[in-house]
Design a protein around this ligand. Structure first.
Ligand code: ADP
Ligand code: MG
Length: 250
């Protein structure tokens, strides 16, 4: 078991979160606490609100009701503190979202330069270290168009890490990748998890979930239908719906 020597301070608290788009109620009261160093993997059917839940955390989506705390800090929509909050949360998307006109190195350095006002030399050194961490140092001078999907995603992870986040959110980070490129991204994520990073990961990669997750959350129809250890959720779920879903993705 990983994590038993870690402090279990809650780092992220989501309380009774609700979100509607027009008439569709997507999140119907989601409550979830993530402790420092914990890896939580969220699974669930398509359209069930997994992305919406992650996006509400850093206010890419504005929730209708409920509270979210990062440490002691309540995340609010007021623009003033949002920039600060977003610096503390790293986010990795399915489709990488790299700047195509910047090299891998520049993509990683730009956040520290623009947002943290770090000087250019320090930022480029930091960016190089982060690229090394994800095994991409040799591609530092390449542009996204010259990289494979797996390489782009590793750069995107390095870019998030360069901001020194307290928590990393991953939204289906491997689902746009060719099968042979998935492993290299999961490996980087596994390494991060082993290094004690707090992570919330939407993913149906069962191998990763079994190995890296402390907790699996099964989100269905806008609520947490069931959650527990990978062992419990994958081998011995309480609910028939969970069992059914697991059998589809396994
Ligand atoms: P998941 O990530 O679990 O597949 P999403 O959170 O992306 O699900 O979407 C949940 C539901 O909310 C879907 O029905 C989707 O169409 C809808 N939805 C998501 N974002 C928007 C939006 N910006 N405007 C309208 N509907 C949206
Ligand atoms: Mg999604």
């Amino acid at each position: 078991m990983k994590g038993e020597f870690l402090m279990t301070e809650p780092i992220l608290r989501i309380n009774n979160l609700h979100k509607k788009f027009k008439d569709t109620e997507v999140l119907k009261g989601v409550t979830l606490t993530v402790n420092e160093g914990e890896v939580v993997v969220i699974i669930g059917p398509s359209g069930t609100g997994k992305s919406t839940l992650l996006r509400c955390i850093n206010r890419l989506t504005e929730p209708d009701a409920g509270e979210i705390y990062l440490g002691e800090h309540k995340i609010e929509s007021a623009k003033s503190n949002l920039t600060k909050v977003r610096q503390r949360i790293g986010m990795v998307f399915q489709d990488f979202n790299l700047f195509n006109h910047l090299t891998a190195l520049q993509n990683v350095a730009i956040g520290p330069i623009k947002v943290k006002k770090m000087n250019k030399k320090d930022a480029l050194e930091l960016a190089m270290r982060e690229l090394e961490r994800v095994g991409m140092a040799d591609k530092a001078q390449n542009y996204p168009a010259e990289l494979s999907g797996g390489q782009k995603q590793r750069v995107a992870i390095a870019r998030a890490l360069a901001m020194d986040p307290e928590i990393m959110l991953f939204d289906e980070p491997t689902s746009a990748l060719d099968p042979e490129l998935i492993g290299e991204v999961l490996e980087v994520m596994k390494k991060l998890a082993d290094a004690g990073m707090t992570m919330v990961v939407v993913s149906h990669e069962m191998g990763f979930a079994r190995e890296a997750a402390d907790r699996i959350v099964f989100l269905e129809d806008g609520v947490i239908a069931e959650m527990g250890s990978p062992e419990k959720i994958f081998n011995n779920p309480e609910k028939e719906r969970t069992r059914e879903f697991i059998s589809k993705i396994a």
